[in-house]
Design a protein around this ligand. Structure first.
Ligand SMILES: [Zn+2]
Ligand SMILES: [Zn+2]
Length: 304
């Protein structure tokens, strides 16, 4: 019997959880940004202006949701460029339009204590937290390992990839997973400058219907995958400890584990792959790579 990482019955909803507008340092108005993602066929969007919590209930419909959200950050760690940026998604739906500057109640000195204090503050405000672009922020693995109670980490960020080639954080993520951390993987645009930074990274959520509550519930359950191109249709493990994936045509399907080393399948037009686990692995995740080098990332399945 197969045990899928996704819920069995539902629809797929594509969205971008990280974007900036003229309310902070983006060049598009919130209205233009919302319209652009709608026209591209997305089902949801989070406008995450810096240290500003916003909600746009008037822009929501049965086919498109704008999620109440923010992006918080500390100042740099003393003597370095190292800092933390965190996307916050409000768990409860917000009925009123809000545009609320957030006072930074932590000390802003950029120490590990402040990093966790920031996450705790977001948690207390009813927000899910996603650690953004850890390579761009120069986060050390050691300090990242001290943090707890976050939902996920960006494995891909379009803007960081385009502007400084710091958008991919798969190695940092695997280092944390190997140490027993449990979290989900997100791809986002973090768009600031319009089209060049849009539609490059997203998540696709399998949920029963498109409501704020269903979307949040199924993001929290990990019923989604991240992508810069390929689609994933199923991912899971069967009773014989075989991990499997079904995807759009790819040139490699890669099962990443710890320990042992995992397994790659290389070919043309691969639409599925499987791998027999040894039974000693603590997690397994999959990356499906297409002919153009675009990648779909499953969430990790935690085995111990
Ligand atoms: Zn940021
Ligand atoms: Zn950002």
């Amino acid at each position: 019997m197969k045990h899928s990482a996704f819920i069995s019955e539902g629809q797929w909803y594509k969205g971008n959880l990280h974007s900036h507008t003229t309310c902070s340092d983006g060049i598009m108005t919130p209205e233009a940004c919302i319209q652009a993602y709608k026209e591209k066929g997305y089902s949801f969007l989070a406008l995450t202006d810096h240290n500003l919590f916003t909600a746009y209930p008037d822009a929501c419909s049965k086919d498109f949701l704008v999620l109440p959200a923010t992006e918080r950050n500390t100042s740099c760690f003393p003597g370095s460029y190292e800092q933390i940026h965190v996307v916050g998604l409000k768990k409860q739906d917000i009925r009123d339009k809000i545009s609320q500057p957030l006072s930074l109640t932590f000390t802003e000195e950029g120490t590990e204590k402040d990093w966790q204090a920031l996450l705790d503050e977001m948690h207390a405000a009813g927000q899910l937290s996603i650690i953004a672009h850890p390579v761009w922020t120069r986060m050390s693995i050691e300090k990242l390992l001290t943090l707890k109670d976050y939902l996920g980490i960006e494995i891909y960020n379009t803007t960081c990839d385009r502007t400084s080639y710091t958008g991919k954080s798969d190695y940092i993520i695997d280092c944390c997973l190997r140490k027993g951390k449990k979290f989900f993987l997100f791809a986002t645009d973090d768009c600031h400058e319009g089209e060049p930074d849009m539609f490059g990274g997203w998540i696709t959520v399998k949920a029963p219907v498109l409501t704020h509550a269903d979307l949040m519930e199924h993001i929290c359950k990990g019923s989604f995958y991240a992508s810069t191109g390929p689609e994933i249709y199923d991912f899971g493990i069967d009773d014989d400890q075989v991990v499997y994936v079904e995807c759009s045509p790819c040139v490699s399907v890669n099962f990443i584990t710890y320990e042992k080393r995992g397994h790659s399948i290389v070919g043309k037009n691969l639409t599925s792959g499987s791998f027999h686990l040894s039974g000693t692995e603590t997690f397994v995740r999959c990356e499906c790579v297409d002919a153009g080098g675009k990648i779909a990332y499953t969430n990790p399945i935690f085995l111990k």
